[in-house]
Design a binder for this molecule. Structure first.
Ligand code: SF4
Length: 247
């Protein structure tokens, strides 16, 4: 696949390239909230009508010359031109390059400065159940990316009774053994229609935060309702962007 949209945030001077598609099949994927495909497994977002060519992507970036270029999805490493665009952003624009959200399947990458990896589970069986892929791929890639000097951050969706505190704890212990200053974000599960899971209570989020902070002090969390998740720009000006290319 390829990138289909580029947005720009003037205040923070970053551009984001958006890719369609993912290699995982997480049942609780929040991208489904907008898609009308909530009952289907995995990413399940309708395919865009048109994708951008590499020349169109470079032209749009040259017009704004952002100091930071982020790559998002779905899963951005699905884009066949990702590596070319990372090298372009780094070498031609002199920009900081980051995978703003990735499942960690393809790390590290040349000229990539940082990545925010969404871990799914700590136990092997649950990871396989959620993603359809082995856990070692993601955890080994995260360690390798950290060891080559990439600026790493991580997150996990907390779902009481499914991806519970023991899963969070295993993951954050692994990360803390690399560096306890790595930032970690707990995503309180956002209810997806058609899925059987429930949103954590305020008290459960508090307990999750205390647990993670005992290993990784640089921990934050979000606890959004489905409605709030559909209007992120009202809560955070990093989401106030203009589209500079694509659909
Ligand atoms: S890895 Fe992320 S984008 Fe892909 S299916 Fe899972 S939650 Fe959705």
């Amino acid at each position: 696949m390829a990138f289909y949209r580029i947005t720009y945030n003037e205040k923070y001077d970053f551009a984001t390239l958006h890719n369609w598609g993912c290699t995982f099949r997480c049942p609780y994927c929040s991208y489904k909230l907008r898609s009308g495909a909530e009952g289907r497994p995995g990413f399940a977002v309708p395919k865009p009508e048109k994708f951008l060519t590499v020349d169109e992507q470079k032209k749009a970036l040259l017009e704004v010359k952002p100091s930071k270029v982020y790559f998002m999805g779905g899963e951005p490493t699905v884009a066949t031109e990702l590596e070319e665009m990372i090298v372009f952003a780094k070498k031609e624009l002199g920009a900081e390059t980051k995978l703003g959200h990735t499942n960690g399947c393809k790390l590290p990458l040349r000229c990539l400065d940082g990545a925010n990896v969404g871990f799914k589970a700590w136990s092997e069986e649950l990871h396989l159940q959620i993603t359809g892929k082995p856990k070692s791929l993601i955890y080994d890639n995260f360690r390798n990316a950290f060891e080559v000097g990439m600026k790493m951050a991580a997150n996990m969706v907390y779902i009481p009774g499914f991806v519970d505190l023991d899963e969070l704890e295993g993951c954050v212990k692994f990360i803390a053994a690399l560096d306890k200053n790595i930032p970690f974000h707990i995503d309180g599960y956002i209810p997806i229609p058609g899925q059987p899971y429930r949103r954590p209570s305020d008290e459960e989020m508090g307990r999750a935060e205390s647990l993670v902070k005992s290993y990784l002090p640089n921990c934050r969390y979000s606890h959004l309702t489905s409605e709030e998740a559909l209007d992120l720009s009202a809560r955070d000006d990093r989401f106030r962007v203009k589209r500079i290319a694509g659909v």
